[in-house]
Design a protein around this ligand. Structure first.
Ligand code: UT7
Length: 326
């Protein structure tokens, strides 16, 4: 019998800053209303990091919870990958700070930068490395403090985002490579830099020597998001031979309720199978998928053997999907 190494998700964890900012709160800062935000996006509130609360602080808490739930000691982890577009510092990587915060001194730690698709990218990279046999256990973290790169005078963007972190503990396990065996079954990542100007941050150490703030042409991003996400989901289903109705849970990046409704309609997916956190978290970029996984886990909607499809699209453009049997 052949042995195939699969990256099995053993634990999930999350961290949200204490401070909640409602649409009502935002309407005191910019010219907007709760009605507009809810109707156009589905967002009701978001969490905002406290002064001095860094991306790595959120990531460390999320990782600790994932480790406890997996029953794994931090010292048995040999790979830490952090997906973030809001690193604590330009360097070192936030993943290295998370690694140090957890007391891990072996293996490797690095960041992946694919903005809102970061968690899908990071899972893909971790899966590839675990399957080589070089690493045994990986913490894959999506952690962001987007509140720090928002233009708080731009109502078109500042209402959309929030802060938070989520993490999973992946373990390389030998399997027979069967459909029903646990682990990551398929990953697909894509990018196309021609669309940079539709969603970007207008600063950086190598250009302006400043951090910059987020700029977005929301309407255009919206149009591309529905197309690109539906496309990558269809590719995933074709490549793995699963039908959309065989997926137990869709765990999408949370950018806009209307984008998710559009995709569900296009692919004929029942809304009950889609995990939604957007209303309480807003768009947390690379953190949104692991935060949604965590919510599904805590609501007992995800069990050993569940077929889970994750997808995301973000600045770059970058986009992608991961199919995993929990
Ligand atoms: O995670 C990365 C991927 N990001 C996304 O997927 C985001 C995709 N885009 C979107 O979610 C939506 O395009 C937005 C929620 C950003 C905007 O919704 P929209 O329906 O596309 O609105 P719009 O930008 O076309 O603006 C419509 C109107 C404009 O007014 P006029 O020009 O029609 O008078 C805006 O000025 O709504 C106005 N507007 C607002 N009004 C009240 C824009 N933002 C606000 C606001 N409150 N916060």
């Amino acid at each position: 019998m052949v042995t195939v190494i699969r990256s099995v998700i053993r634990g999930v964890g999350a961290c949200l800053p204490k401070r909640v900012m409602t649409n009502e709160d935002i309407s005191k800062i910019v010219d907007t209303t709760d009605e507009w935000i809810v109707e156009r996006t589905g967002i009701q509130s978001r969490h905002i990091a406290a002064e001095g609360e860094l991306t790595s602080d959120l990531g460390i808490v999320a990782c600790r919870q994932a480790l406890v739930r997996a029953g794994v000691d931090p010292l048995d982890v040999d790979l830490v990958i952090c997906a973030t577009a809001t690193p604590d510092r330009t360097f070192p990587a936030t993943a290295v700070r998370i690694q140090a915060g957890l007391g891990i001194t072996r293996g490797a730690a690095f960041d992946v930068q694919a903005v809102c698709s970061g968690f899908v990218y990071a899972l893909t990279v971790a899966d590839g490395l675990l399957r080589t046999g070089q690493f045994r256990r990986a913490l894959v973290v999506g952690a962001e403090t987007f509140s720090r790169i928002l233009d708080w005078t731009d109502r078109g963007t500042c209402v959309l985002f929030g802060d938070g972190a989520g993490a999973v503990l992946l373990e390389a396990q030998p399997t027979h490579g069967a459909r029903e065996d646990r682990g990551i079954l398929f990953t697909r990542i894509r990018s196309d830099g021609r669309f940079e100007d539709l969603l970007y941050v207008d600063g950086g150490p190598g250009s302006t020597k400043t951090t910059g703030v987020l700029r977005m042409n929301g309407r255009e991003v919206f149009r591309h998001a529905v197309q690109k996400i539906s496309g990558v989901i269809e590719e995933t289903l074709v490549a793995t031979g699963y039908a959309a109705d065989e997926i137990d849970l869709f765990v999408p990046h949370q950018a806009n309720q209307r984008i998710l409704d559009g995709i569900a309609k296009k692919l004929n997916v029942s809304p009950g199978k889609i995990v939604m956190t957007l209303n309480k978290h807003g768009n947390t970029s690379a953190a949104s998928i692991p935060l949604a996984l965590n919510q599904a886990f805590e609501e007992h909607r995800i069990h050993e053997g569940s077929l889970v499809l994750m997808e995301a699209m973000g600045g770059g453009f970058t986009w992608g999907a991961v199919l995993a049997r929990w």
